[in-house]
Ligand binder design. Sequence first.
Ligand code: PLP
Length: 411
Amino acid sequence: MNTIQMQDREAAGIFARELERQRYKLNLIASENYVSPAVLEAQASIMTNKYAEGYPGARWYHGCEHVDEIEKLALSRAKAIFDAEHVNVQPHSGAQANLAVYYALLEEHDTILAMHINHGGHLTHGTKQNFSGRWYKAVFYGVSIAAETIDMEEVGSIALKSRPKLIVAGASAYPRAIDFKAFREVADEVGAYLVTDIAHIAGLVAAGLHNDPVPYADVVTTTTHKTLRGPRGAMIMCREKYAKAIDRAVFPGVQSGPFMHTIAAKAVAFGEALKPEFRDYQAQILANAGRLAKGFAAERFRLVSGGTDNHLILIDLTGEGITGVEAADILNEAGIIVNKNSIPFDEKPPSVTSGIRIGTPAVTTRGMREKEMDMLVGMVSRVIRNKSDEGIRQEVRREVRNLCEKFPIYP
Ligand code: PLP
């Protein structure tokens, strides 16, 4: 940052304040992480200077020989991680990856069946404010009232009634394992494409610690920046028979110039994901989430679905006399960052919510383990249960800072 410091003090000041925030606050946002210094370097590299519309060996610009090499490296590593037949690493984001997939497989007004956003699905899974709900007819499944898990029989009967052309399996706020094989069976029964969006759980899938969608799905989309711990971006994996349609949908369908610096950073991150330590990291994410679930349950908080199988938990605050947004606000004051989150059948609007979502990928990257998760449970509980006590927030803020000093983001 020295050059920016010398050239542009105003921007440098903002960077410095954000670094301070990342260093000394505890990040429990389930969709965030800290990339390695190597991924950060790749993302900030000279690869940003190059235009490369097209694909390796078939570009619309000259001078692409080295960006071709880096894109091919990203592709071969992604294939090796997920055992995918075909990969496209160009989508700028998860939303754009999903856009490209629908663009490749659907016509306007076709029916898609996906998880409702209020039950844990994503905006791009048919929400009416999003292109996916505006251009396609979206039908939804959710979780059952009793178990708060996806009821595959219900998914099957909704599919039989609505005859979707495409079914999406995947979520942004679902603490349980997803049965991709069962989704395949439903898709086969109604002749639908199966698209799995593993944005959140990609790292767990890569490490073999979550059901693998690749053998069952026609297309798999994922972001690269969540549990996978790569740069902000996405990729699409698919069976060979959809390769052309998917590639054409990404470029020239919905994107033009790919972000070659981001693709370079994806290559470096995928190299990290192929190392044995990556599996240990993912196993610790799971162990930490399990420990948080146990700790919050012992403190008598109600967890949606009673616990977790993955990297996140959802806490229902209905009985605590505090809304999701209030809890997230006061936790932030105490140096702990979480999302407010709707819980299934939430009576409060999405801007308020009755729940919070807590995830372990980022704190696990810092090196925290079960002992620190126990401390976290104590800190979160104290803040939420003493919402009018400013002093408690100050006290927790100091404890958070001490903990962060012991577990630096870039040692
Ligand atoms: N799909 C799922 C399941 C997600 O959780 C997200 C992001 O939270 C996305 C897609 C979209 O990713 P992006 O924010 O990169 O567009």
